[in-house]
Ligand binder design. Structure first.
Ligand SMILES: *Cc1c(COP(=O)(O)O)cnc(C)c1O
Ligand code: SF4
Length: 329
């Protein structure tokens, strides 16, 4: 029997830091904040791969990358309006693992896992286990796509779709490729940012093989997330014919300033990525401390327009349950 070794990225994923105390220790930080934060960690465990940790500043509790992944006591506060399923996604799942809310585009929950657990994530309370399709459930999703000619774009989402194995992804994309009315394959992922080695030959093989037009929407919130390895991963994706976009979430204490947002746009463009959306926070329970009020958000984007070319200014949007698209602010 041949031994199947995990890919380099899979080894990095399974070696990710999962202990908040270790995270602090590695950054030379005091962990006295932890007693109040245990609850958040128990609900949604810490997960930080080494490659992401390496971009954090040592000894700085306010590091913008650390703030995205470090549980705080504030997560346990009950804040009115902050709920478990702010987008009511449970109402839009015609098949397990499939969300059809917008015309022409269908979202497939391809993998429940993420390479990093972001504290502000609206999926932190999503019942993934119930939405992780087996192969036979995939067939049901694929039937839904095949049977509805109004769908032109399949969006692989999660969790992080690239946390699935290349074998599974190659199978799925081949099946999507065979649906004649599909034009585009879109992948919403943070993995090429968190573990740039994810963009390896095995991934480029199935991605390069499809006839579908390919769009990868990365998720980067701060310029410091983009190191040389991320730039190289973006270059490999572009060489495979992928259009690269980015979505960010506006987060208190991470990117809530014109300078930080402008630096992010500039750095994205250096990596060959265009800013797409800047999302205001979804009101998920446990994330209220990241909120930036709408008026302030509008002011920040107005400030960006003053200093950047128009194509580097992301669209400020909010997701509204039941809305036909993301709503501009
Ligand atoms: C965001 C989202 C999409 C994609 O919307 P675009 O505006 O095309 O980027 C599709 N389906 C769902 C359920 C979404 O949340
Ligand atoms: S879905 Fe995206 S934002 Fe949410 S935890 Fe995973 S990587 Fe982070």
């Amino acid at each position: 029997m041949p031994v199947i070794l995990p890919s380099a990225w899979q080894a990095q994923l399974s070696g990710a830091i999962r202990d908040p105390r270790e995270l602090c220790r590695r950054l030379g930080l005091d962990d006295s904040w932890l007693p109040g934060a245990e609850h958040g960690h128990a609900l949604f465990e810490v997960r930080v791969p080494e490659a992401f940790l390496a971009r954090m500043r040592h000894g700085d509790p306010d590091d913008p990358l650390l703030r995205q992944v470090l549980p705080l006591a504030a997560e346990s506060e009950v804040v009115p309006g902050y709920v478990a399923d702010p987008l009511s996604e449970a109402d839009h799942t015609p098949a397990r693992g499939l969300i059809h809310k917008y015309t022409g585009r269908v979202l497939l929950i391809t993998s429940p896992a993420c390479a990093v657990n972001c504290r502000y994530c609206f999926r932190r309370q999503f019942p993934y286990e119930e939405n992780t399709p087996s192969r036979s459930q995939w067939e049901t999703s694929l039937e839904h796509l095949s049977g509805d000619t109004s769908i032109s774009e399949a969006i692989l989402s999660g969790g992080d779709p690239l946390a699935a194995s290349d074998r599974q992804l190659a199978w799925l994309v081949e099946r999507l490729d065979a649906i004649p009315h599909l034009k585009r394959l879109r992948i919403h992922t943070r993995l090429p940012v968190v573990i740039p080695d994810r963009v390896d030959d095995a991934l480029l093989e199935w991605l390069g093989a499809t006839r579908l037009q390919k769009v990868v929407v990365l998720h980067i919130n701060h310029a410091n997330e983009i190191d040389d390895a991320v730039v190289e991963a973006c270059e490999r994706l572009k060489a495979a014919g992928v259009t690269l976009l980015n979505q960010s979430v506006l987060l208190r204490g991470v990117n809530d300033g014109v300078d930080a947002l402008a630096a992010l746009s500039e750095r994205l463009f250096e990596a060959g990525v265009l800013p797409y959306y800047l999302h205001v926070l979804d009101p998920v329970a446990g994330a209220a401390h990241f909120d930036v009020p709408d008026e302030e958000a509008r002011g920040l984007v107005a400030g960006l327009r003053d200093v950047l070319p128009g194509f580097l200014v992301p669209k400020l949007v909010r997701e509204i349950p039941g809305g036909a698209s993301k709503a501009p602010l």
